[in-house]
Design a binder for this molecule. Structure first.
Ligand code: 9Z3
Length: 381
């Protein structure tokens, strides 16, 4: 890790991929356990802690939004996959597939079309203008430079091209990070509440987990494999450690994977059983309350082509928003399908052509056209 004195850049960045130790609680106690059946969207925020850095993130969003002229269009664009930590001091987590290509490339297109962009993205995933250089399978960072530290001629033209764009749009773009699904949800809600008007568009390309471990069931420490360290030994040791420590943090029985109320259970065979809760349906809350005056575009990701359109239609019916863009994992870079709330409009496939090699260059103009049409219908109401 780079120490603060060696950090590049002036402003201190928000880091989302670190554990927030202050939120560790005693999961050995049944009083913290929340019944998943009764967990609705609002209860989620009561029972899953607000990220420590959230106020700072919201402050950045407020400052960015304050400087945007009233008539300008703004998009909140989400990108990358969310993680689901299995432990509070997170060693293991479940991840959702997404490199962030769709999001980063879409952001570039929105900027080119005059939109202001809040880019809520998975920390360290692809970002606009950098994306072609930072995650290359063939070129590592230092490969861009010669032995004198100068940029190699081969890369100069492309880097300059992207650098110019980055500078051109720097005032139009705000990058905000998330890592866990909890951080994503808190950030989405907070930013949505600031953007609830018809000039704002929500373009939800992030791959958000459908399952998670509620905070009330999250083991504090690394889940122990039963073979290498028995729970009874662990409890004994951790009790004596906590009684000799001045800290009031509760480490006595919470860390074991098999403690009461925990989401994970290591069987005597060594198998790990995970018990995940469904993530409450936030899209409904976004559409009906947080950003009810804005247009919302969600993405539907499937791997089975026979259910894609059906699932996209189902999402529209369930959440009542304006547009679902469906895509298959296997062909997501080549084609997508627009499924709209208007039953009279048939699904519209958008596919790469011989002269357009970036699918987002086709998706975004169509999305913007629909946003304009939607604004016009809102104004005529
Ligand atoms: C998408 O479907 C995105 O297009 C991809 C982009 C994740 C496929 P990459 O970042 O991939 O270019 O590598 N995003 C939405 C995925 C998602 O979680 N959708 C939920 C669902 O399908 C609804 S919010 O149920």
């Amino acid at each position: 890790m780079i120490s603060p004195s060696h950090r590049f850049g002036s402003e201190s960045p928000i880091h989302t991929s670190v554990t927030e130790y202050h939120t560790a609680i005693d999961h050995g106690s049944d009083k913290n356990v929340v019944n998943a059946d009764t967990l609705i969207e609002d209860e989620y925020f009561r029972t899953n802690p607000k990220p420590e850095y959230l106020d700072k993130l919201v402050g950045k969003a407020e400052k960015f939004l304050k400087n945007i002229p009233k008539t300008c269009k703004i998009v909140l664009l989400t990108s990358g996959g969310t993680t689901v930590p299995l432990e509070n001091n997170t060693v293991r987590f479940i991840d959702n597939f997404s490199a962030g290509t769709r999001g980063a490339s879409s952001a570039e297109q929105f900027l080119a079309n005059g939109y202001y962009v809040i880019f809520l993205h998975r920390e360290f995933s692809l970002t606009p203008f950098n994306r072609q250089f930072t995650h290359s399978a063939t070129t590592q960072f230092l490969d861009y430079f010669n032995e004198h530290g100068e940029l190699k001629q081969d890369f100069k033209a492309k880097i300059l091209e992207e650098k110019k764009l980055q500078l051109k749009y720097q005032k139009q773009l705000l990058l905000l990070p998330f890592t866990t699904v909890n951080q994503y949800l808190w950030s989405l809600r907070s930013i949505a509440l600031l953007m609830n008007n018809k000039n704002c568009l929500f373009y939800l390309a992030a791959a958000v987990s459908d399952f998670y471990v509620p905070y009330s069931k999250l083991p504090q420490h690394k889940i122990q494999s039963s073979n290498e360290y028995k729970k009874s030994d662990y409890s004994k040791e951790s009790k004596s450690a906590s009684s000799s420590s001045s800290s009031s943090s509760s480490s006595s029985s919470s860390s074991s994977s098999s403690s009461s109320g925990s989401s994970s259970n290591v069987l005597s065979s060594g198998k790990l059983i995970l018990d995940l809760d469904p993530v409450p349906k936030f899209l409904r809350r976004l559409v009906q309350s947080w950003a009810k005056s804005s247009m919302i575009i969600s993405f539907k990701l499937e791997t089975d082509s026979s259910i894609l359109i059906k699932k996209a239609k189902q999402a529209l019916k369930n959440y009542n928003h304006q547009l679902v863009i469906g895509n298959l994992l296997q062909t997501r870079n080549k084609e997508v399908v627009f499924v709209s709330e208007d039953a009279n409009i048939k699904e519209q496939w958008v596919k790469l052509t011989a002269d357009v090699t970036c699918i987002e260059a086709l998706i975004i103009p169509e999305a913007i056209k629909r946003h304009q049409e939607w604004i016009a219908t809102q104004e005529s109401k």
